[in-house]
Design a protein around this ligand. Structure first.
Ligand code: F0G
Length: 457
């Protein structure tokens, strides 16, 4: 097979700055050993997130010029609404400034203390917003999804038997909605099958509970269905996406991923009652109902981006180029989560640093070492992000997986950038026993990873 090439050429470039190892050792120490606290200009290749970090197309930039900045009823809103409705198909399209704003608005509007929100794996801000509303965020991903070494085509699937038990136990009074995240970011960027969504829909119908999708990476999920699910090989990504969303009552989406936006989000729902409540809150904190905290130019860029993402040549390149990184790392013996996800490769922190105990945060320590070694910034999704400490005994509970995510921004880096990343990590793996563990100096109570500080053990 021929090399799958980047289906674009480069028209504008942004310089990146080389740093020395000594410089980086100092910079990360000053940052309290927290890669989130580094200045981005001191990062060579930034794989912290694929959120808001993609490159916009010529069409999107042209759209920026077309942005209508009218406070109410802007032309750009109607273009946005049509594009979103054309894919999701719900009655109400409500723009928000990003995914977590959608989460907060919807949780404030319809979640009450004591509720349970079942899902495959809730993203960290989703979980935090659910908990902030006094409810429980319950992760019910299939058992295969918790085993990092197991190959399975749809590791993002929700465990339907567990969902059924949860719905039977809590009932529609305590479950305002089920939320399935496509692809399952916190579980490794793994897709959810159409069969699984159909099964969840049937259970939701039986118990009279709405089914919502967190659609941050819906196009990647649709393409995985095309590649892996029998009967979908000849369908278009758009057709598959339409079929996925036809099973849902609503969507929350961060449009900073699969809409090629630098900023933006949306709530798309069928319920008039929920839409009313959300719009009231929207006006209170985000802005009028036709802009939701975004500029008209953002709405234009998003309306174009959400169409572009469904381009089959793009999705083929996207999935193949992420797999390229993962397969090359795997060939070098580096332990990682399998199969390779859509937007990211996840290193297995505990296996990579098997000399570092959980208390010394193996995944986080690896992300620090990676920055020091080659200037690549990655994000731990593991012990620091999800570990919890019993306030009475001080005992820690660690999450099932301690991963380090190499999230690949869309249309931003070339294959040689990725070759450099692979070489750097393979080298680090050869010298892994030199990686030192870390301990907390300061651990904030909510979403600790963003601002925590550490010291070397
Ligand atoms: N849902 C999912 C599945 C996400 O991955 C994110 C963000 C959000 C919701 C929240 O959206 O950032 O626009 O407020 N994920 C980013 C990441 C931050 O790095 O994975 P947001």
């Amino acid at each position: 097979m021929r090399t799958i090439i980047e289906p674009f050429r480069i028209k504008v470039v942004e310089p990146i700055r080389m740093t020395s190892r000594e410089e980086r050792a100092k910079l990360i120490r000053h940052a309290g050993y927290n890669p989130f606290r580094l200045k981005a200009e001191n990062v060579l290749i930034d794989l912290l997130t694929d959120s808001g970090t993609g490159a916009m197309s010529t069409h999107q930039w042209a759209g920026v010029m077309e942005g209508d900045e009218s406070y109410a009823g802007a032309r750009s809103f109607f273009k946005f609404e049509a594009a979103v409705r054309g894919i999701f198909g719900h009655a109400h399209v409500i723009p928000t400034h990003q995914g977590r704003a959608s989460e907060r608005l919807l949780c404030r509007a319809v979640v009450k203390p004591g509720d349970v929100i079942p899902g495959n794996t809730h993203f960290d801000t989703t979980r935090a917003n659910i908990e902030d509303a006094g409810a429980e965020a319950r992760d019910l991903v299939i058992a295969e999804g918790r085993d990092p070494d197991l190959d399975h085509p749809f590791k993002g699937n929700i465990d339907l038997a567990a969902l059924e038990r949860c719905l039977a136990e809590a009932g529609r009074e305590r479950v305002p909605f089920v939320l399935i995240t496509v692809t399952n970011n916190s579980g490794g960027g793994q897709p959810v099958s159409m069969a699984n969504l159909t099964g969840a829909r049937a259970l939701c119908d039986r118990f009279g509970v709405p089914l919502l999708l967190d659609a941050a990476r819906f196009a990647e999920n649709a393409y995985f269905i095309k590649l892996r699910e029998p009967g979908y090989g000849d369908k278009t990504p758009r057709g598959i996406a339409r079929e996925m969303f036809a099973l849902s009552d609503g969507v929350m989406m961060s449009m900073k991923k699969d809409a090629f936006g630098n900023i933006g989000g949306v709530i798309s729902i069928n319920s008039d009652e929920w839409a009313d409540k959300v719009r009231t809150l929207l006006i209170l904190t985000e802005g009028f109902i036709t802009y939701g905290g975004l500029a008209g130019r953002d709405l234009e860029a998003l309306a174009i981006g959400i169409e572009e993402i469904l381009d089959e040549d793009y999705l083929k390149y996207r999935i193949a180029s992420t797999a390229y990184v993962g397969n090359n790392l795997s060939a070098a013996g580096v332990p990682l989560l399998k199969p390779i996800g859509g937007h990211a490769v996840y290193l297995n922190g505990r296996k990579f640093c098997d000399h570092i105990p959980n208390e010394q945060l193996p995944g986080w320590s690896l992300s620090v070492a990676l920055y020091e070694h080659v200037g690549v910034r990655a994000c731990e999704i593991g012990n620091v992000m999800f570990g919890t400490q019993d306030p009475k005994t001080g005992a820690w509970t660690w999450p099932a997986l301690d991963l380090v995510r190499l999230a690949i921004p869309r249309r931003t880096y070339t294959q040689s950038h990725m070759d450099y990343v692979v070489e750097g990590i393979a080298e680090l793996y050869q010298h892994r026993e030199e990686i030192r563990g870390l301990r907390f100096v300061h651990r904030p109570a909510v979403l600790p990873h963003f601002t925590a500080t550490f010291e070397q053990v």
